[in-house]
Design a protein around this ligand. Structure first.
Ligand SMILES: NC(=O)c1ccc[n+]([C@@H]2O[C@H](COP(=O)([O-])OP(=O)(O)OC[C@H]3O[C@@H](n4cnc5c(N)ncnc54)[C@H](OP(=O)(O)O)[C@@H]3O)[C@@H](O)[C@H]2O)c1
Length: 455
């Protein structure tokens, strides 16, 4: 008879329901591929009486997660309830019993990853979390296993589907952020309380996990420079388009050497990945950036995610797919379950550790010290001498201007002006723009976006 591995699910909502249904649909196929059968024997939900879009036998359902975790039949615990409080208890309790855990919970890992990894190691078991980053895209396995022979020299990712959906519609429809957000909420692409997504925090949770895996030290969420997209206007999307760029919320992870303002060369982005050993640290950041239309990330649209990984051995790779949703996320959970079940059967509790700290010197570099090229939009008085005043402030800060554009078709007391700046440190640009923002001829807060050539 074929081996069976018994699963206990905590959570039967979007993802938990997806896992249950996918196992009903593809359980035989998985059994044929793996040589063992995955069987859900217990499932905890908040309200076992609630009607669901799928049927679970009452003998399997419970309202008490601890019954699932402590059931001696349950060999693998699958945490799909979300949150960082009870979910942490669930995962801790399972690991303490030596049971492997599969989770999709990026917020939990972001907040408590090192504690949970240490607990897994202590109790000679494992923690699997493919579904926590980029939904159905197998990026965790790629970084942890497939690219084990690479030094990762850059990761650039679109990892928040809600933001990408909003930015895509702003571009295609010429619509304002607030209109598209309201529509996205109505259609279920954005939460009623959207700040986790649109202020960049969800992307930062995921980028922190990828950075930790790629660079071998745990990146705390507070260390990640995070900006969202709520300040963007359709004007920025349009002007970026006229200049040959598309605005994307990008997570950027890359080793940086040194980026003093004097290192900035005219018209070039000096933010180069140094040879290993010379890195003064790693840039780990999330912000909206102008991406050249010729780069593949510029054409990742709607709710899709994509992660571009560059390794010194493999070169450039791209992972593309659905970053959320019931089936794509369930697909990643099932992939982890296959690994966990095969590891269990092989008696191999640490075939691949959940996170291997291998870089004691690793640190995240403050954004202020990093050099970038910039797009700046100013609303200025429509009268002579304005450019000269702005240029003087930038010249004093030794920031070069690669182009100034005053788009046609705007009339009135104030008009927009677009500046494309040469590479300069984030600190010097921040300070110069604070001064420019106070000039009487500048009528609103400057909009500042980085330009990422990704070459
Ligand atoms: N949705 C996605 O597309 C997606 C993508 C990637 C990762 N994730 C992650 O996957 C996890 C689950 O997300 P989801 O969208 O599936 O959430 P969800 O639809 O809200 O489902 C949560 C489930 O947990 C159950 N639950 C809540 N509190 C519980 C408790 N104290 N005891 C037992 N069960 C409890 C709920 O029970 P009831 O059904 O009775 O309410 C529900 O079944 C989260 O960590 C999320 O970040 C989600």
């Amino acid at each position: 008879m074929m081996d069976q591995v018994n699963l206990g699910l905590v959570g039967g909502g979007t993802v938990g329901g997806g896992v249950w249904q996918a196992l009903q649909r593809n359980g035989d196929l998985m059994a044929a591929r793996l040589g063992l059968r995955l069987q859900v024997v217990r499932m905890a939900v908040r309200d076992p009486k609630r009607t669901r879009g799928f049927t679970v036998p009452t003998s399997v359902l419970t309202g008490d997660w601890s019954e699932v975790v402590h059931d001696p039949q349950v060999q693998i615990v699958v945490e799909l309830m979300g949150g960082t409080t009870t979910a942490r208890e669930v995962v801790r309790a399972a690991l303490k019993l030596g049971k492997p855990v599969v989770t999709a919970n990026k917020a939990l890992l972001s907040a408590h990853g090192p504690e949970l990894f240490a607990l897994a190691a202590k109790h000679r078991t494992n923690l699997y979390y493919e579904a926590a980053v980029a939904g159905g895209i197998p990026i965790i396995k790629a970084l942890r296993e497939s690219f084990a022979g690479n030094r990762i020299t850059r990761i650039a990712g679109i990892v928040n589907g809600t933001c990408n959906y909003i930015l895509t519609r702003m571009k295609l429809e010429g619509a304002e952020f607030s209109e598209v957000l309201a529509d996205a909420q109505r259609l279920g692409y954005a939460e009623a309380e959207p700040s986790l997504d649109i202020d960049g925090h969800d992307a930062a949770h995921k980028i922190g996990i990828l950075a930790s895996l790629a660079h071998g030290f745990w990146v705390r969420p507070e260390a990640i420079h995070t900006e969202g997209i709520r300040h963007l206007s359709k004007l920025d999307i349009q002007f970026a388009g006229q200049l040959g760029y598309t605005i994307k919320l990008l997570g950027i992870i890359q080793p940086v050497a040194s980026a003093a303002p004097s290192a900035a060369k005219k018209g070039r982005n000096t933010k180069k990945a140094p040879d290993d050993g010379q890195a003064s640290g790693i840039q780990v950041s999330v912000y909206p950036a102008l991406v050249p239309n010729t780069h593949v990330l510029a054409s990742v649209n709607h709710a899709f995610n994509a992660v571009a990984v560059r390794g010194d051995t493999v070169g450039d790779t791209l992972f593309y797919g659905r970053g959320a949703g019931q089936d794509p996320t369930a697909s990643s959970v099932l992939g982890d379950l296959a690994d966990a079940a095969l590891d269990l059967r092989a008696g191999n509790h640490h075939r691949v550790p959940p996170f291997a700290a291998h870089n004691g010197q690793g640190r995240v570099v403050p954004m202020d010290t990093i050099a970038s090229r910039f797009y700046v939009r100013l609303d200025v008085s429509d009268r002579p001498g304005v450019f000269a005043r702005i240029a003087t402030v930038l010249a004093r800060a030794q920031i070069g201007i690669s182009s100034i554009i005053q788009p046609e078709g705007h009339s009135g007391e104030t008009v927009p002006v677009i500046l494309m700046l040469d590479a300069a440190s984030n600190q010097s640009v921040r300070k110069a723009l604070a001064t420019i923002g106070k000039l009487p001829v500048v009528k609103s807060k400057p909009v500042v976006l980085r330009v990422e050539n990704l070459d």
